[in-house]
Each structure stands twice: as C-alpha cells, then as structure tokens.
Ligand binder design. Structure first.
Ligand code: IMP
Length: 191
C-alpha cells in the first residue's frame, strides 16, 4: 500500500522508513507533487497532526500520516507546545528559542518538561493517532552538539546526557518521535 508521509524532512523520512514494514511504500510530499503550504492552524499538537493528514487525504486522495511535535514546559503551562518551532518569533533560529526558554526559566527551580509527538494516520477517511512522550528537565546551560531544536538543554529523565550528547540511535530509542513512530509501525504491521 502507498502511504504519504506529509513531510519534506529527509531525516524524518529515512527514520520512519527503517521501522515501517516494506509492505508499505512511503512517499513524501515532493513525490506526490505537493508544494502547498499545508495549514497548521490548530492550537493543539493533536489538532495540527490531524489537520495536516486530512489536508493530504482530502486534496490528494491518498492515505497519509503526519506528525506534530512540541516541547511542553510544566511551569509555563505547557508552553511553547504548538509554538515550539517559532517560540522566539517567525523565522527565529533553534538558538533563539533556547535563549527564550532559558530566560523564562531563569531563577525557576521546577524545570520539568516533556516532548510530545502525535502522529495522525488517515486511511480511507478514518483517523488513528499515535502518541510518544519523553519526560525530562531543562538544564540552565547547553550541553552537546548533535540533534536539533531544544536538544542541547533537554535532559531525559533517568539519563545523565542531554539529547544533544546522545547518538541519534540512542535518542531514537527513547524519544517522543521514536515512540510514536514505533506505535504507528506496529499498527500498520497488524492491519
Ligand atoms: P516538528 O513538529 O517536528 O516540526 O517540531 C516542532 C519544533 O519542536 C521543532 O522546530 C523543534 O524546535 C522542536 N522539536 C521537535 N522535535 C525535537 C527534538 O527531537 N529535539 C528538540 N527539539 C525538537
């Protein structure tokens, strides 16, 4: 079965392809000639994943899955959440976002946070969602150089290395996206 992954992120695509059964041919947005600015206007991670998957299903008539991820900080009532990519403003860098988080948490002792990924799968008009969560704490300073986004300040619970100090294999084993992707793969395997 052909299945569109609503992304152009090569890294995400390769990661998902390694865990989803070969019975599925995974296509990206370019493969289906989709160059649209897919709307992500919902105020929840679940809502955005759903909106993206249904957009492709309805406009391109293809079964599809889409993901959305956010960092949720306890003392900020779940901020930045859906705004994780553009927390410090439109066009900001990963570093700008980290700087904003560090400023907001300056002097704050409760530094608990979690990453949440939701994958929404739409097959023949029916939706299934898969969630992955990793809890941790936010450090006061950056540590490590691998990964992206908030990785240098995120210390997963039970680990002494930040996401940016772990190898990508180590991170994938425990990460929000890894967990959600494995749930999706398991669902597809059993279909
Ligand atoms: P997206 O929904 O996967 O595009 O993620 C939205 C934003 O969340 C990204 O731009 C990053 O700032 C942040 N983010 C998502 N996944 C990760 C991760 O694994 N590590 C660090 N930051 C992440």
């Amino acid at each position: 079965m052909k299945l569109v992954f609503a992304t152009n992120n090569k890294h995400k695509l390769e990661e998902v392809k390694t865990i989803i059964s070969n019975d599925f041919e995974i296509l990206n947005l370019k493969d289906i000639n989709c160059f649209d600015d897919i709307p992500e206007t919902q105020d929840t991670i679940e809502g955005n994943a759903s909106q993206k998957a249904f957009y492709i299903y309805e406009n391109y008539k293809m079964n599809c899955f889409a993901d959305d991820t956010g960092l949720e900080i306890d003392v900020l009532n779940g901020e930045p959440g859906v705004y994780s990519a553009r927390y410090a403003g439109e066009g900001c860098s990963f570093d700008d976002n980290i700087e904003k988080v560090l400023k907001k948490l300056s002097g704050v002792s409760n530094r608990k946070a979690q990453f949440k990924t939701v994958i929404s799968l739409v097959i023949n008009g029916k939706e299934y969602q898969f969630k992955g969560i990793i809890e941790g704490t936010l450090l006061k300073e950056r540590r490590g150089t691998s990964g992206f986004g908030y990785d240098p300040v995120f210390l997963p619970k039970g680990y002494d290395k930040t996401f940016a100090e772990l190898s990508s294999e180590e991170k994938n084993k425990i990460s929000h996206r890894g967990t959600a992707s494995r749930k999706l793969a398991e669902f597809l395997k059993n279909r």
